[in-house]
Design a protein around this ligand. Structure first.
Ligand SMILES: [Zn+2]
Length: 343
Protein backbone atom coordinates (compact mmCIF):
# COMPACT_ATOMS: atom_id res chain seq x y z
CA UNK A 1 0.00 0.00 0.00
CA UNK A 2 3.07 2.24 0.17
CA UNK A 3 2.74 2.87 -3.57
CA UNK A 4 -0.79 4.29 -3.06
CA UNK A 5 0.31 6.73 -0.39
CA UNK A 6 1.69 9.53 -2.59
CA UNK A 7 -1.44 9.29 -4.77
CA UNK A 8 -3.55 10.17 -1.70
CA UNK A 9 -1.27 13.15 -1.07
CA UNK A 10 -1.63 14.27 -4.70
CA UNK A 11 -5.40 14.33 -4.55
CA UNK A 12 -5.90 15.50 -0.94
CA UNK A 13 -4.96 18.69 0.89
CA UNK A 14 -1.20 19.16 1.06
CA UNK A 15 0.30 19.20 4.58
CA UNK A 16 3.97 19.65 5.62
CA UNK A 17 4.08 15.88 6.23
CA UNK A 18 2.69 15.26 2.70
CA UNK A 19 5.41 17.52 1.28
CA UNK A 20 8.08 15.44 2.97
CA UNK A 21 6.49 12.24 1.63
CA UNK A 22 6.37 13.73 -1.89
CA UNK A 23 10.06 14.73 -1.76
CA UNK A 24 11.01 11.25 -0.55
CA UNK A 25 8.85 9.74 -3.28
CA UNK A 26 10.53 11.91 -5.95
CA UNK A 27 13.98 10.94 -4.73
CA UNK A 28 13.00 7.25 -4.84
CA UNK A 29 11.54 7.70 -8.33
CA UNK A 30 14.69 9.40 -9.70
CA UNK A 31 16.95 6.81 -8.01
CA UNK A 32 14.79 4.06 -9.45
CA UNK A 33 15.12 5.46 -12.95
CA UNK A 34 18.86 5.91 -12.58
CA UNK A 35 19.36 2.35 -11.40
CA UNK A 36 17.67 0.87 -14.52
CA UNK A 37 19.41 2.59 -17.46
CA UNK A 38 18.89 -0.37 -19.86
CA UNK A 39 16.84 0.17 -22.97
CA UNK A 40 13.89 -2.11 -23.68
CA UNK A 41 14.96 -5.47 -25.10
CA UNK A 42 15.21 -5.65 -28.89
CA UNK A 43 12.19 -7.48 -30.28
CA UNK A 44 13.52 -10.01 -32.79
CA UNK A 45 11.25 -12.22 -34.84
CA UNK A 46 12.71 -15.47 -36.19
CA UNK A 47 11.09 -17.81 -38.70
CA UNK A 48 12.43 -21.07 -37.19
CA UNK A 49 13.28 -22.38 -33.69
CA UNK A 50 16.95 -22.92 -34.74
CA UNK A 51 17.45 -19.31 -35.81
CA UNK A 52 15.65 -18.12 -32.68
CA UNK A 53 17.75 -20.30 -30.35
CA UNK A 54 21.04 -18.83 -31.61
CA UNK A 55 19.79 -15.23 -31.34
CA UNK A 56 18.56 -15.93 -27.78
CA UNK A 57 21.96 -17.27 -26.75
CA UNK A 58 23.79 -14.29 -28.26
CA UNK A 59 21.27 -11.61 -27.26
CA UNK A 60 20.84 -12.63 -23.61
CA UNK A 61 18.71 -10.13 -21.67
CA UNK A 62 19.10 -7.46 -24.36
CA UNK A 63 16.81 -9.25 -26.82
CA UNK A 64 13.43 -10.90 -26.77
CA UNK A 65 12.99 -13.46 -29.52
CA UNK A 66 9.63 -14.51 -30.88
CA UNK A 67 8.81 -17.16 -33.45
CA UNK A 68 6.93 -16.16 -36.57
CA UNK A 69 5.93 -19.80 -37.14
CA UNK A 70 5.38 -21.78 -33.94
CA UNK A 71 7.50 -24.90 -33.39
CA UNK A 72 8.91 -27.47 -35.77
CA UNK A 73 6.61 -27.68 -38.80
CA UNK A 74 6.93 -28.36 -42.53
CA UNK A 75 8.21 -25.01 -43.84
CA UNK A 76 6.85 -25.71 -47.32
CA UNK A 77 3.27 -25.92 -46.02
CA UNK A 78 3.02 -22.90 -43.72
CA UNK A 79 -0.01 -20.72 -44.43
CA UNK A 80 0.40 -16.97 -43.85
CA UNK A 81 -1.92 -15.66 -41.12
CA UNK A 82 -3.07 -12.26 -39.83
CA UNK A 83 -1.37 -12.98 -36.48
CA UNK A 84 1.96 -13.33 -38.32
CA UNK A 85 1.42 -9.97 -40.00
CA UNK A 86 0.85 -8.39 -36.59
CA UNK A 87 4.10 -9.91 -35.28
CA UNK A 88 5.97 -8.54 -38.33
CA UNK A 89 4.52 -5.07 -37.79
CA UNK A 90 5.65 -4.99 -34.16
CA UNK A 91 9.12 -6.55 -34.54
CA UNK A 92 12.30 -4.45 -34.38
CA UNK A 93 14.00 -6.93 -36.71
CA UNK A 94 13.48 -10.20 -38.59
CA UNK A 95 15.73 -13.25 -39.00
CA UNK A 96 15.01 -15.81 -41.74
CA UNK A 97 16.65 -18.87 -43.36
CA UNK A 98 16.62 -17.59 -46.97
CA UNK A 99 16.97 -19.61 -50.23
CA UNK A 100 13.18 -19.75 -50.43
CA UNK A 101 12.86 -21.78 -47.18
CA UNK A 102 9.99 -19.44 -46.22
CA UNK A 103 8.54 -19.27 -49.77
CA UNK A 104 5.09 -20.45 -48.62
CA UNK A 105 4.44 -17.52 -46.29
CA UNK A 106 7.14 -14.85 -45.93
CA UNK A 107 7.06 -13.15 -49.37
CA UNK A 108 3.27 -12.65 -49.12
CA UNK A 109 3.58 -11.30 -45.57
CA UNK A 110 6.43 -8.94 -46.47
CA UNK A 111 4.51 -7.62 -49.44
CA UNK A 112 1.55 -6.87 -47.19
CA UNK A 113 3.34 -5.42 -44.17
CA UNK A 114 4.98 -2.73 -46.31
CA UNK A 115 8.14 -2.27 -44.27
CA UNK A 116 11.09 -1.45 -46.51
CA UNK A 117 13.46 -2.15 -43.63
CA UNK A 118 12.37 -5.83 -43.69
CA UNK A 119 12.66 -6.26 -47.47
CA UNK A 120 10.07 -6.03 -50.18
CA UNK A 121 8.40 -9.45 -50.43
CA UNK A 122 7.94 -11.57 -53.54
CA UNK A 123 9.96 -9.29 -55.81
CA UNK A 124 12.88 -9.36 -53.40
CA UNK A 125 12.57 -12.61 -51.48
CA UNK A 126 16.24 -13.49 -51.38
CA UNK A 127 17.37 -10.13 -50.02
CA UNK A 128 16.58 -8.83 -46.59
CA UNK A 129 16.31 -5.17 -45.67
CA UNK A 130 18.45 -3.34 -43.13
CA UNK A 131 16.47 -4.98 -40.32
CA UNK A 132 16.14 -8.43 -41.90
CA UNK A 133 18.97 -10.92 -41.50
CA UNK A 134 18.94 -13.70 -44.10
CA UNK A 135 20.87 -16.62 -42.61
CA UNK A 136 21.79 -18.21 -45.95
CA UNK A 137 23.92 -15.13 -46.73
CA UNK A 138 26.50 -16.58 -44.32
CA UNK A 139 26.72 -20.23 -45.40
CA UNK A 140 28.86 -19.90 -48.55
CA UNK A 141 27.81 -21.78 -51.68
CA UNK A 142 24.41 -23.47 -51.23
CA UNK A 143 23.99 -27.12 -52.28
CA UNK A 144 21.85 -28.30 -55.22
CA UNK A 145 21.43 -24.97 -57.00
CA UNK A 146 19.61 -25.91 -60.24
CA UNK A 147 21.57 -25.19 -63.40
CA UNK A 148 18.32 -24.48 -65.22
CA UNK A 149 14.70 -24.03 -64.22
CA UNK A 150 12.75 -27.16 -65.09
CA UNK A 151 9.15 -25.99 -64.84
CA UNK A 152 7.80 -28.80 -66.98
CA UNK A 153 8.70 -31.57 -64.55
CA UNK A 154 6.25 -30.69 -61.79
CA UNK A 155 6.68 -29.24 -58.33
CA UNK A 156 10.12 -28.47 -56.89
CA UNK A 157 10.01 -26.52 -53.65
CA UNK A 158 13.79 -25.87 -53.77
CA UNK A 159 14.13 -23.68 -56.87
CA UNK A 160 16.98 -21.55 -55.41
CA UNK A 161 19.07 -24.49 -54.21
CA UNK A 162 18.63 -26.56 -51.05
CA UNK A 163 17.38 -24.27 -48.24
CA UNK A 164 17.71 -26.76 -45.31
CA UNK A 165 21.19 -25.56 -44.29
CA UNK A 166 20.30 -25.65 -40.56
CA UNK A 167 20.93 -29.43 -40.61
CA UNK A 168 24.69 -28.69 -40.72
CA UNK A 169 26.06 -27.61 -37.34
CA UNK A 170 29.06 -26.01 -39.07
CA UNK A 171 26.74 -23.77 -41.08
CA UNK A 172 24.82 -22.84 -37.91
CA UNK A 173 28.20 -21.76 -36.55
CA UNK A 174 28.68 -19.46 -39.56
CA UNK A 175 25.16 -18.08 -39.19
CA UNK A 176 25.85 -17.31 -35.51
CA UNK A 177 28.67 -14.95 -36.58
CA UNK A 178 26.20 -13.11 -38.83
CA UNK A 179 23.60 -13.04 -36.03
CA UNK A 180 26.17 -11.57 -33.60
CA UNK A 181 27.07 -8.78 -36.01
CA UNK A 182 23.41 -8.15 -36.83
CA UNK A 183 22.24 -7.64 -33.23
CA UNK A 184 25.40 -5.59 -32.56
CA UNK A 185 24.55 -3.27 -35.45
CA UNK A 186 21.00 -2.88 -34.10
CA UNK A 187 22.22 -2.17 -30.56
CA UNK A 188 25.88 -1.07 -30.54
CA UNK A 189 25.78 -0.32 -26.79
CA UNK A 190 25.46 -4.08 -26.10
CA UNK A 191 28.01 -5.22 -28.70
CA UNK A 192 30.52 -6.36 -26.06
CA UNK A 193 27.93 -8.46 -24.24
CA UNK A 194 26.82 -10.00 -27.56
CA UNK A 195 30.43 -10.82 -28.39
CA UNK A 196 30.95 -12.53 -25.00
CA UNK A 197 27.71 -14.51 -25.32
CA UNK A 198 28.60 -15.52 -28.89
CA UNK A 199 32.05 -16.77 -27.81
CA UNK A 200 30.42 -19.02 -25.20
CA UNK A 201 27.87 -20.37 -27.70
CA UNK A 202 30.54 -20.89 -30.37
CA UNK A 203 32.79 -22.77 -27.95
CA UNK A 204 29.92 -25.05 -26.87
CA UNK A 205 28.91 -25.75 -30.46
CA UNK A 206 32.55 -26.33 -31.47
CA UNK A 207 33.05 -28.94 -28.72
CA UNK A 208 29.76 -30.62 -29.61
CA UNK A 209 30.72 -30.78 -33.30
CA UNK A 210 34.00 -32.45 -32.36
CA UNK A 211 32.10 -35.04 -30.32
CA UNK A 212 29.47 -35.70 -33.00
CA UNK A 213 32.09 -36.02 -35.74
CA UNK A 214 34.10 -38.52 -33.70
CA UNK A 215 30.90 -40.48 -33.06
CA UNK A 216 29.86 -40.68 -36.72
CA UNK A 217 33.42 -41.02 -38.11
CA UNK A 218 33.13 -44.84 -38.60
CA UNK A 219 30.06 -44.20 -40.81
CA UNK A 220 31.87 -41.96 -43.33
CA UNK A 221 30.82 -42.94 -46.85
CA UNK A 222 27.81 -44.98 -45.63
CA UNK A 223 24.56 -44.53 -47.58
CA UNK A 224 21.24 -43.38 -46.18
CA UNK A 225 17.85 -42.50 -47.67
CA UNK A 226 15.64 -39.57 -46.70
CA UNK A 227 11.98 -38.77 -47.35
CA UNK A 228 12.47 -35.11 -48.34
CA UNK A 229 15.73 -33.46 -49.42
CA UNK A 230 16.15 -31.87 -45.98
CA UNK A 231 19.43 -33.56 -45.10
CA UNK A 232 22.18 -32.97 -47.74
CA UNK A 233 23.90 -30.41 -45.48
CA UNK A 234 23.79 -32.90 -42.57
CA UNK A 235 25.26 -35.62 -44.78
CA UNK A 236 27.92 -33.20 -46.04
CA UNK A 237 28.86 -32.21 -42.48
CA UNK A 238 29.50 -35.83 -41.44
CA UNK A 239 30.74 -37.40 -44.68
CA UNK A 240 27.59 -39.52 -45.18
CA UNK A 241 26.10 -40.29 -48.59
CA UNK A 242 22.41 -39.76 -49.41
CA UNK A 243 21.72 -42.48 -51.95
CA UNK A 244 18.08 -41.62 -52.66
CA UNK A 245 14.88 -39.87 -51.61
CA UNK A 246 11.33 -41.12 -51.20
CA UNK A 247 10.10 -37.96 -52.93
CA UNK A 248 11.08 -38.10 -56.64
CA UNK A 249 11.43 -34.28 -56.45
CA UNK A 250 11.17 -32.02 -53.38
CA UNK A 251 7.46 -31.58 -52.65
CA UNK A 252 6.31 -34.41 -54.96
CA UNK A 253 4.64 -37.58 -53.61
CA UNK A 254 6.27 -40.90 -54.64
CA UNK A 255 4.73 -43.17 -57.27
CA UNK A 256 4.62 -46.97 -56.82
CA UNK A 257 7.23 -47.28 -59.57
CA UNK A 258 9.57 -44.83 -57.85
CA UNK A 259 9.21 -46.69 -54.52
CA UNK A 260 9.99 -50.03 -56.20
CA UNK A 261 13.15 -48.60 -57.83
CA UNK A 262 14.19 -46.97 -54.54
CA UNK A 263 13.74 -50.24 -52.59
CA UNK A 264 15.80 -52.10 -55.19
CA UNK A 265 18.69 -49.64 -54.96
CA UNK A 266 18.51 -49.66 -51.14
CA UNK A 267 18.88 -53.46 -51.13
CA UNK A 268 21.83 -53.27 -53.55
CA UNK A 269 23.60 -50.56 -51.51
CA UNK A 270 22.66 -52.10 -48.12
CA UNK A 271 21.01 -48.86 -46.91
CA UNK A 272 20.22 -49.23 -43.19
CA UNK A 273 18.53 -45.98 -42.28
CA UNK A 274 15.87 -43.64 -43.56
CA UNK A 275 15.15 -40.16 -42.14
CA UNK A 276 11.48 -39.15 -42.08
CA UNK A 277 10.06 -35.91 -40.68
CA UNK A 278 6.97 -36.39 -38.47
CA UNK A 279 4.91 -34.16 -40.77
CA UNK A 280 5.14 -36.74 -43.58
CA UNK A 281 2.95 -39.83 -43.39
CA UNK A 282 4.80 -43.12 -42.93
CA UNK A 283 2.23 -44.69 -45.27
CA UNK A 284 3.91 -42.81 -48.15
CA UNK A 285 6.87 -45.20 -47.76
CA UNK A 286 4.72 -48.02 -49.13
CA UNK A 287 6.46 -51.41 -48.88
CA UNK A 288 9.96 -49.91 -48.68
CA UNK A 289 10.49 -50.61 -44.91
CA UNK A 290 9.28 -54.22 -45.30
CA UNK A 291 11.31 -54.90 -48.44
CA UNK A 292 14.54 -53.37 -47.14
CA UNK A 293 14.35 -53.80 -43.30
CA UNK A 294 15.66 -50.22 -43.03
CA UNK A 295 15.47 -48.38 -39.66
CA UNK A 296 13.07 -45.47 -40.08
CA UNK A 297 14.19 -42.55 -37.89
CA UNK A 298 11.38 -40.09 -37.30
CA UNK A 299 12.83 -36.69 -36.52
CA UNK A 300 12.00 -33.11 -37.54
CA UNK A 301 14.55 -31.35 -39.73
CA UNK A 302 14.74 -28.49 -37.25
CA UNK A 303 14.79 -28.13 -33.47
CA UNK A 304 11.70 -27.32 -31.42
CA UNK A 305 11.57 -26.23 -27.80
CA UNK A 306 14.63 -28.29 -26.84
CA UNK A 307 17.11 -25.97 -28.57
CA UNK A 308 19.54 -26.55 -31.45
CA UNK A 309 22.35 -28.38 -29.61
CA UNK A 310 19.97 -30.80 -27.93
CA UNK A 311 18.14 -31.53 -31.21
CA UNK A 312 21.34 -32.09 -33.21
CA UNK A 313 22.68 -34.27 -30.38
CA UNK A 314 19.49 -36.36 -30.50
CA UNK A 315 19.75 -36.69 -34.30
CA UNK A 316 23.39 -37.84 -34.12
CA UNK A 317 22.53 -40.32 -31.33
CA UNK A 318 19.68 -41.86 -33.35
CA UNK A 319 21.72 -42.10 -36.55
CA UNK A 320 24.66 -43.63 -34.65
CA UNK A 321 22.35 -46.11 -32.97
CA UNK A 322 20.94 -47.30 -36.32
CA UNK A 323 24.53 -48.12 -37.36
CA UNK A 324 25.48 -49.52 -33.92
CA UNK A 325 28.18 -46.91 -33.35
CA UNK A 326 29.41 -46.56 -29.76
CA UNK A 327 29.59 -43.06 -28.27
CA UNK A 328 33.25 -41.93 -28.10
CA UNK A 329 34.80 -40.26 -25.06
CA UNK A 330 35.98 -37.18 -26.97
CA UNK A 331 33.93 -34.08 -26.11
CA UNK A 332 31.42 -36.12 -24.07
CA UNK A 333 31.91 -34.22 -20.79
CA UNK A 334 31.59 -30.91 -22.55
CA UNK A 335 28.38 -31.92 -24.29
CA UNK A 336 26.68 -32.82 -21.03
CA UNK A 337 27.28 -29.26 -19.79
CA UNK A 338 25.54 -27.70 -22.78
CA UNK A 339 22.44 -25.83 -21.70
CA UNK A 340 19.13 -26.30 -23.37
CA UNK A 341 17.79 -23.28 -25.27
CA UNK A 342 14.86 -21.49 -23.70
CA UNK A 343 11.69 -21.18 -25.71
ZN1 LIG B 1 12.53 -28.60 -48.52
Amino acid sequence: MVADFPMVALHGQASPRDGLVMRMFSICLVAGLMSTPQADPLQILATTPDLADVVRHIGGDAVEVQLLVPGAVDPHKVIPKASMLLKLKRADALVSMGLGFEHAFLPALLEKVGRDDLGRGASDVSQGGSRHLVGSDFIGQPLEVPTQLDRGAGVDVHPLGNPHWNTSPQLMRKYAVGARDFVSSLRPASAEVFSTNWKKWDAELGKSIEHWQAWLAPARGKPLVTYHRSWPYFADAFGLVISGEVEPKPGMSPTTRHLAQLAQSMIELDVQLLLLEPWYSESKLGNVPKMTKVSVIKIASMSGKEGYLSWMGRLVRQVASAWDLAEPRVGKEEESSVKKGAD
